[in-house]
Ligand binder design. Structure first.
Ligand SMILES: [Zn+2]
Length: 260
């Protein structure tokens, strides 16, 4: 079973909306190794799950003139975090939050680290996930000549204890960029689209965007950007709808009109 759900878009669409942190499901075999009781786990999931993002992504895909592709993580980021490096390359490793988290968002123990080998978790979830995303991006490159990955997240108004940069601004919309993969025009399109919904900042409080490792820093035909929506701005059905419409408008800007 693949850990990522791919919802097909138009054959000609270069756009992939990536939703990595919306799910709460944790397979029983993985749950057993977490050092939290059910109440603590529920609290951790509430803190770390990107509420609203699957709904916004799916709605936006349906509203766009040319349907983009969707890639949705089926499992919670507490299983593996597909966006993090599995090793010391990962900045978050120093707070126990590389691809396999060993600490909670409050920096409490999540997994037993002594003599732990996370190879099976990485082989079962992390690697197939990365391969599926890379295959999807390759397919967009072949079909559309380019690929645009829009990485969709939501984040809490107040910083959690694990955050490395709690002093940074926390705008209504944070746009994460990569110096190689995010052209100026792409980030400005996002900024202009989301500005009517409230404050916007680049790379504050969270920086960067997700590009599958197979394509990372390899080709400029793969571009990407991250959208971090502040969760208190997504609290009502109307707010969710408005963000979906905004995202759909961005997708339309990025997708030339063409037959489906
Ligand atoms: Zn996220």
């Amino acid at each position: 079973m693949t850990p990522v759900t791919i919802v097909p878009g138009a054959a000609s669409s270069p756009v992939v909306i990536h939703v990595p942190h919306a799910a709460t499901e944790i397979p029983e075999a993985v749950r057993r190794d977490l050092l939290l009781d059910d109440e603590e786990l529920a609290a951790e999931l509430a803190a770390m799950t990107d509420e609203g993002t699957e709904q916004i992504g799916r709605l936006a895909a349906g509203l766009a003139g040319t349907r983009p592709w969707l890639a949705i993580n089926r499992f919670s980021r507490l299983v593996v975090d597909p966006e993090r490096f599995p090793d010391e390359r990962e900045e978050m490793a120093r707070v126990g939050m590389a691809a396999v988290y060993t600490r909670t968002s409050a920096r409490r123990p999540l997994r037993d680290e002594r003599g732990q080998d996370f190879t099976e978790l990485l082989e079962t979830y992390y690697r197939p996930y990365g391969d599926a995303l890379a295959d999807l991006v390759d397919a967009r490159l072949i079909a559309a000549g380019r690929a645009i990955v829009i990485d969709l997240h939501s984040y809490p108004r107040l910083p959690l204890r694990y955050e490395l940069h709690p002093d940074r601004r926390r705008p209504m919309t944070c746009i994460g960029t990569d110096s190689f993969h995010t052209p100026e025009q792409l980030r400005e399109t996002l900024r202009d689209a989301f500005a009517p919904l409230g404050s916007v900042a680049y790379d504050e409080p969270f920086a960067g965007c997700y590009i599958p490792l197979r394509q990372y820093r390899k080709t400029l035909r793969v571009t990407g950007v991250m959208i971090e929506l502040r969760r208190d701005g997504c609290g009502t059905a109307a707010a969710v709808r408005r963000r979906a419409e905004t995202l759909a408008a961005v997708v339309d800007t990025l997708t030339p009109a063409m037959r489906r």
